[in-house]
Design a protein. Structure first.
Length: 244
C-alpha cells in the first residue's frame, strides 16, 4: 500500500499539478519513510480530498508529488463521536489513538467527576496533544477524514447532546448490551459513545444522562479499561452499521 501524507494544499490540487510537501511532513516523508523518486504515494487534506501521485523529487526539506488521480470521499453519516473521560498516565491518549485508527469521526475530552487527570488551566496544551495524536493516527490508518477534537466538555454539555444524538453511555452494570441495539440506517443522528474514567462514571452523572435520554449499555460481562472500552464499542458499532 502506498504511503500517505497530509497537506492543506491537497484541497485545491488536480491531476497534473505538483504538490510540494515542506516542513515536518517533508521530513517525515523523505527522512523517516524514505520515499524515493517515482514512488507512488497518496495525499489528503483530512477533509475528504484523496490524491494519488508520483514522487518527482525527494529531500528532507521538500518532497514534490505530481498528482495522477483525485477523488473526494464523502463524510460519514451518521457520525460516531467518542466522549472520552480524561484519565491518568497515557490511558486517554491510547484511547484516542485507537479510536482514530478504528474510524471514530469526532472526539470530545470529558472532565468527568472521577477523572484523576485535571486539565483546567492546561486545556489548550491537552487539546493540542490530542489533535497531534489524532492527525498521526489518521495518517497511519490512511483516512480521508481526520476526526475533529472538540473542546473539553462538562456534564451539562453531554446532557445537551442527548436531545440531538443517540447518546450511549458505557456502563458495566447496565442491563442492555450494546450488541442488542438495532441499527436504523434511516436515522442520521450522531451516535455518541460516552466512556468514563478509571473509577467509572459517578452515580449523579449516570442519573443526569439517563434523565436526558441517554441509554446505558454494557459491552459484555467483563470490565474494560478506559483505554480500551471506546475502541471496543466503536468496533461493535462499525460492524452493526455496515462500515466494516
Amino acid at each position: 500500500m502506498a504511503l500517505h501524507f497530509v497537506t492543506d494544499d491537497a484541497s485545491t490540487a488536480g491531476v497534473g499539478d505538483v504538490v510540494v510537501l515542506t516542513g515536518p511532513e517533508a521530513h517525515h516523508a523523505a527522512a523517516v519513510r524514505r520515499v524515493r523518486v517515482d514512488e507512488a504515494v497518496t495525499l489528503g487534506d483530512g477533509r475528504g480530498v484523496w490524491l494519488e501521485g508520483l514522487v518527482t523529487a525527494a529531500a528532507p526539506k521538500q518532497v514534490d508529488v505530481r498528482i495522477t488521480g483525485r477523488a473526494e470521499v464523502p463524510g460519514p453519516s451518521p457520525r460516531i463521536v467518542l466522549v472520552q473521560a480524561l484519565a491518568k498516565g497515557d490511558r486517554d491518549e491510547l484511547a484516542v489513538q485507537a479510536a482514530t485508527e478504528l474510524g471514530v469521526d469526532a472526539i470530545v475530552p470529558w472532565q468527568a467527576a472521577r477523572s484523576v487527570s485535571r486539565w483546567d488551566a492546561k486545556a489548550d496544551k491537552g487539546l493540542a496533544r490530542w489533535r497531534t495524536i489524532v492527525r498521526e493516527a489518521a495518517k497511519q490508518a490512511h483516512r480521508a477524514w481526520i476526526p475533529e477534537v472538540e473542546g473539553v466538555a462538562r456534564l451539562a454539555d453531554l446532557v445537551s447532546r442527548a436531545g440531538d444524538a443517540h447518546v450511549l453511555v458505557l456502563e458495566p452494570t447496565a442491563d442492555e448490551r450494546l450488541t442488542s441495539l438495532a441499527s436504523d440506517s434511516s436515522d442520521e443522528r450522531d451516535v455518541v459513545l460516552v466512556v468514563g474514567p478509571e473509577g467509572g462514571i459517578a452515580p449523579e452523572e449516570l442519573a443526569a444522562l439517563s434523565a436526558a435520554g441517554a441509554r446505558l449499555v454494557r459491552l459484555g460481562d467483563t470490565v474494560l479499561r478506559t483505554s480500551t472500552a471506546g475502541a471496543a464499542a466503536i468496533s461493535v458499532l462499525s460492524a452493526a452499521t455496515g462500515r466494516w
